[in-house]
Design a protein around this ligand. Structure first.
Ligand code: ADP
Ligand code: MG
Length: 257
């Protein structure tokens, strides 16, 4: 599942990390692939990501085996992270002349024991460049976090067009399966208006669970933790747990169908 939105600061990384943590706490084997040079997901998952060390960059650019960079997340038995370093910033350009430049991650995942994971979540950078295209080409589903703020829907058309292009040319099975409303501030009318608009547009794709704006959610990464372990009883943790449950139920329903 690719977590994508070309806007920065909408909750992509927070969502990838906390959904992954929530799913793993329910016994699912989960891998987070950090595809953002900022390495925020790696930080939140307490996975080392100094510039120069083997990371997703070498996997994409030098054909390094994905298995050689995947690290277990400390104190999270079923959770693994493929870290990103700042080197990845160069990949966006270095990939351009390469053969199969859009399918480098797909290939890396195919020759990896991807089947041993129940979920692989890919955290995208805030752009629609080659890294995000690689993420979409490699995934079955796209999860779009939408921040409940003004301008939330701006750029969404372009994002959906990109998904369509990837589906048409690179990955027929790709679909936008999930939209998650994030940073919901129940005190503002604007938040509920945005939520309503998104639901009327996208219907069942939108999860019932809504992630509230919560200080605990934003504090957790500085402790190298997800909010799921940092403060399990907090509103943010409970909302991500609920979102994870919905995603798991949907997958089960699809498998049964
Ligand atoms: P993106 O990956 O899309 O750039 P992030 O997940 O990094 O977005 O979130 C942007 C900022 O907002 C971060 O500082 C993060 O801690 C904060 N944040 C994300 N979700 C919440 C939330 N539900 N409540 C409060 N702060 C949040
Ligand atoms: Mg991010």
């Amino acid at each position: 599942m690719t977590v994508a939105n070309q806007k920065g600061g909408v909750g992509k990384t927070t969502t990838a990390v906390n959904l992954a943590a929530a799913l793993s706490m329910h016994g699912q084997r989960v891998l987070v692939v950090d595809l953002d040079p900022q390495g925020n997901a790696s930080t939140a998952l307490a996975t080392e990501h100094r510039s120069g060390m083997p990371s997703v960059y070498q996997v994409l650019v030098d054909d390094l085996a994905l298995s050689s960079i995947v690290k277990p997340v400390p104190e999270m038995p079923n959770l693994y992270c493929a870290p990103a370093t700042l080197d990845l910033a160069g990949a966006e350009i270095e990939l351009v002349p390469m053969v199969g430049r859009e399918a480098r991650l797909k290939r890396a995942l195919a020759s990896f024991e991807a089947g041993t994971f129940d979920y692989i979540l890919i955290d995208c950078p805030p752009s629609l460049g080659l890294l995000t295209v690689n993420a979409m080409a490699a995934a079955q589903e796209v999860l779009i976090p939408i921040q409940c703020e003004y301008y939330a829907l701006e750029g969404l058309t372009q994002l959906l067009q990109n998904v369509e292009l990837v589906r048409a040319h690179l990955n027929q099975q790709l679909s936008v399966s999930t939209i998650l409303l994030t940073m919901y501030d129940g005190r503002t009318r604007l938040a509920s208006q945005v939520a309503e608009e998104v639901r009327s547009h996208f219907g069942d794709t939108v999860l019932d669970a809504v992630i509230p704006r919560s200080v605990r959610v934003s504090e957790a990464p500085s402790y190298g933790q997800s909010v799921m372990t940092y403060d399990p009883g907090s509103s943010g943790a409970m909302a991500y747990m609920e979102a994870a449950r919905e995603i798991a139920y949907r997958a089960a329903a699809l498998a049964g169908a």
